[in-house]
Ligand binder design. Structure first.
Ligand code: 9MR
Length: 549
């Protein structure tokens, strides 16, 4: 029989919840009514806390029996270890040392925000900012052809933007939802103090300055992706999937093309750029106006072209296929309404609210929560605002309820592709609702979800590169595997546990047959070990809320 401790490998905040699990690889309780207990030791071996573990029961997705330990009362900073014992004092399991410090969330925030810089396409990454991961400019994409399916002659300038993930594609729908998520963080971080003075954590001044600079880099690319008629192209991709080569090698090996336009990419663009207007108005007013004008032109194109499907070509890139448009319409309309645009939008919004109820979180496919959030934040119509806030509160309450029923504290009920992104997004929903309905329960639940991402999970892995001893070493990420640097680029969250295991034909070594063990730190595991901007973005936003206290 084996016992393991599931805990946050990076550590905990002094004032935050501090929980961990003891998991035994048997679905039935082997200790019967003899409750295990734990002790926490400081760096010099002193016992600083002790308590008994609380039975959580069996975990259906891992076939484990699980107990929870809570040492939230320990509020001192330092390095600690936990040891769990049975009733007779026999040691069942021990942790490695971890930190209790109010710098941790800020360090992780800066690490994951920086990961967007490392995803930049078409520009040189300089040693002063990129360190050993510096690389020359490649994939300039400033003069590329249209995909044959578009039947269009000439070239297009689609320079810049972030690579989507471990591949070298650039996709508007995923870029847009990532932008919107980061823009939310920017809105809230506006003039709120972080837990500590933060300038030393970031490259160019404060968190907000770095964040805005990174967001603007992607928006400049977005603006280039808008066609003269207002419609927005869907993606830029290599002709065939790249091997594990560097951007420069990929450039030498094959051409890149532009594909699209679709209703989803165009509305996604409209939603993200209308929100950008709000965020940039104070700092770069003329840029902000450009974003709003572009958003309106995109929205009008979509109204004229309400059901243009996505390009189905996946020979060199992912599909991001989505045949439902009402949630994207809702998002675009709600953000435009918030920016003062009307022209019949409000009537349509009322209909959208009925057809697109809020979900636990947003995703690249289901974007209605971005509509609900925009309505909850706007001040043009207080009745709509109250309705939106209540609706999101209902969702947050459901998240808290579900999380309370799960041994690992999760509100997701299936591990899908990018589960870590989904978990971070659920946490983000809670942090947002906490802004309108202050209650410790929301933030507490959200922080426990972040613990999962940083190590308190069935595979005992910190899912963010470069963050802890158990971080992924072999992410499915082309740059990481071609740059000659042993350590992967830091700050990238990998997709994580994915019960669908779409990569079995690549022979990954998953640690067990149960759904909860569907993660492996191997390059071949694109279904569990890839990183993507839409998973990094909610992690940045959730950490930002955590840092704001
Ligand atoms: O995150 C996407 C996931 O929801 C889909 O199920 C999956 C298969 O279509 O694709 C994921 O997105 C990938 C995209 O298609 C291409 N770039 C890498 C993305 C992350 O794996």
């Amino acid at each position: 029989m084996e016992f393991s401790i599931r805990y946050n490998h990076v550590g905990y905040a002094p004032k935050g919840p501090k929980v961990f699990l003891l998991a035994c690889d048997s679905a039935r309780n082997p200790l019967k009514e003899m409750q295990p207990w734990f002790e926490v030791y400081s760096e010099n071996g002193e016992r600083v806390y002790g308590a008994s573990m609380v039975e959580k029961g069996s975990c259906a997705y891992t076939d484990e029996f699980v107990w929870e330990g809570d040492f939230s009362q320990l509020e001192t900073s330092g390095e600690f270890r936990i040891c769990v014992m049975d009733a007779k004092g026999n040691i069942l399991a021990e942790t490695k040392s971890f930190a209790v410090s109010d710098r941790l969330a800020l360090e992780q925030l800066s690490l994951t925000l920086k990961s967007f810089y490392f995803q930049r396409c078409g520009v040189e990454l300089t040693p002063d900012r990129a360190g050993k991961w510096a690389r020359p400019a490649a994939h300039l994409d400033d003069c590329i052809e249209f995909h044959p399916s578009m039947n269009r002659k000439g070239n297009w300038n689609a320079h810049g933007g972030w690579y989507d993930a471990g591949d070298y594609g650039k996709y508007i729908v995923n870029g847009g939802v990532s932008l919107a998520t980061l823009l939310l963080a920017a809105e809230f971080a506006d003039d709120r103090p972080m837990v500590a003075s933060n300038a030393d954590f970031f490259d160019v001044g404060s968190f907000r300055t770095n964040l805005l600079e990174e967001i603007r880099f992607e928006i400049e690319f977005f603006l280039r992706m808008q066609d003269e008629d207002g419609g927005v192209f869907f993606k830029v991709s290599p002709i065939r999937w790249d091997g594990f080569v560097s951007p420069s090698q990929s450039d030498a090996l094959q051409k890149r093309q532009i594909l699209g336009k679709s209703t989803t990419s165009t509305l996604n663009f409209a939603g993200a750029l209308a929100q950008a207007h709000r965020v940039f108005a104070k700092v770069y007013p003329s840029f902000a106006q450009k974003c709003l004008d572009a958003a309106l032109r995109a929205y009008r194109w979509a109204v004229e072209n309400p059901e243009v499907t996505y390009p189905h070509n996946t020979e060199g890139s992912g599909g991001y296929g989505d045949e439902r448009y009402d949630d994207e319409f809702f998002w675009a309309r709600a953000t435009l309404f918030r920016e003062g645009k009307d022209a019949g939008i409000k009537d349509l919004l009322l209909r959208d609210m009925d057809t697109c109820p809020p979900d636990f979180a947003m995703s690249w496919r289901d974007t209605q929560n971005l509509g609900w959030i925009a309505l909850a934040l706007q001040t043009r119509d207080m009745e709509l605002q109250a309705r939106a806030r209540e609706a999101l509160k209902g969702v947050a309450d459901e998240i808290v309820k579900l999380a309370g029923e799960d041994p690992y504290g999760l509100s997701i009920r299936k591990f899908v592709w990018g589960s870590n992104g989904e978990i971070a997004n659920h946490a983000l929903t809670l942090f947002l609702v906490q802004e309108w309905f202050p209650s410790a329960a929301y933030a507490d639940c959200a922080k426990r979800m972040l613990d999962f991402v940083y190590g308190k999970n069935p595979v005992s892995r910190c899912f963010v590169t470069g963050a802890a001893w158990s971080s992924p070493k072999f992410p499915h990420h082309r740059i990481c595997h071609s740059d000659g640097i042993e350590a992967p680029i830091p700050g990238l969250v990998v997709g994580g546990i994915n019960a669908d295991r779409q990569d079995m034909h690549r022979f990954p070594h998953y640690p067990g047959p149960q759904p909860g063990f569907s993660y492996t730190d191997e390059r071949c595991s694109f279904a569990s070990n890839e990183t993507a901007i839409n998973w990094n973005a909610p992690l940045v936003a959730a950490l930002c809320f955590e840092c704001m206290g």
